[in-house]
Write a protein that binds this ligand. Sequence first.
Ligand SMILES: [Zn+2]
Length: 432
Amino acid sequence: MFLTGMKAFSYELILPKEKRSVVNTNYALFVGKIRNSETVTINNEKIFPASNGAFTHSVKLKDGENRVIIRSNYNTQVYKFCKKTPVKSEPAEIKEFDRQRFIVKDDNTPLRSTPVDEGLNRVAHLFKGTALIINGEKGDFYRVFLSKDKTAWIAKKDVEIGCVSKPAEFINMGSKKFKNAVVQTISFSENLPYTVEDCENEILFKVYNPELSDSSVYTINIPKPEKYFYFVYLDDGTYTFKVSEVPRSINDCTIVIDAGHGGSEKGAVGCLGDKEKDVNLKIALELQKQLKSAGANVVMTRECDGNISLNDRVKIAKSNQAEIFVSIHLNSIGDTPFNLHKHKGTSVYYFNRNSKELAQILEKSVSKSAGTRRDGVKTASFAVIRPAEYVGVLIETAYMINPHDSVLYNSCDFAANTAKGITEGLLEFISK
Ligand SMILES: [Zn+2]
């Protein structure tokens, strides 16, 4: 939103939205545009905008009242921030208790290596009705006993007490080989917990039966091809584990293009007031064109401005049996001081090991083609790239609030150049 009617101002602010606010962040971010060649200072520090007038500046806040003064040739404005002192809570201790049987309430429930909700500590996604042995708790988590060598953690809200039953019995197992996939099944009389280990040359799927004995672990190892994705499914005590190879020709690939955010979810906001959701869509539509002409089967999660949940984006990929998922975003910064040189350029995120190589290729090819700084390959637990049922990456093509990036992503060929970098990267990944 621009203050277009107020000619007396030589600058326009996108952030902060209010002149007075209560915050719990360590920094206040000032994002906007300077008109003409006016001099603007924030707490006496001179602001140097990019060629389009865009600027971003962060101010460190102390506990309690903070005043930030913006001065321009014509005007002085005062912003007030009241920073709340954070309340420190006592860290929870582990409490031990006798083994008890619990049941997982829903599908896709994260089983974690540590008792915190931090994303990268997920070891498996359990299915509804999985029977677990719980023998401890810490904070909001229960400790799950899997075997004498392995425990894990699950959120208390995700399980309910189950009735006592005799240990599950092994029924049978089977294996099938297809041209591009290997499928293994293993059946028990009950739904048991599992974990996945993506190792150097194989994938280990382990099913645990701790009610039978502390060492009752069934390990299924499936050798993995160089480029792969995998699938786990549990139905009525029977696990299906499938490891597939990514097709070696783009003509045989289904690629999902996911334009981040949309509708009321605007995403990050740029210095000129541009919305991330619009820039994402522009790139996604260009990419759709380029990938189609390269011969891929392309599926879009959205082709216009509209709301679509993260869950539905994943569902679209799964129901189309996509091999590759590319999510397109522009970056924002967390509660850190803004750095013009560091918070700049293209980074690519992955969650599962099978997507690392594509992330590396794209970080290089997109920065080269779009003319952005290389900002690295990183891991993150974003919902759309968590499933291992496809090779999934999330590209942060540039930073919305970096003034120099804002010149780039507002240039008329940015979307086409970014899409070209992604297309070339995908072709390299598939044919390599
Ligand atoms: Zn985003």
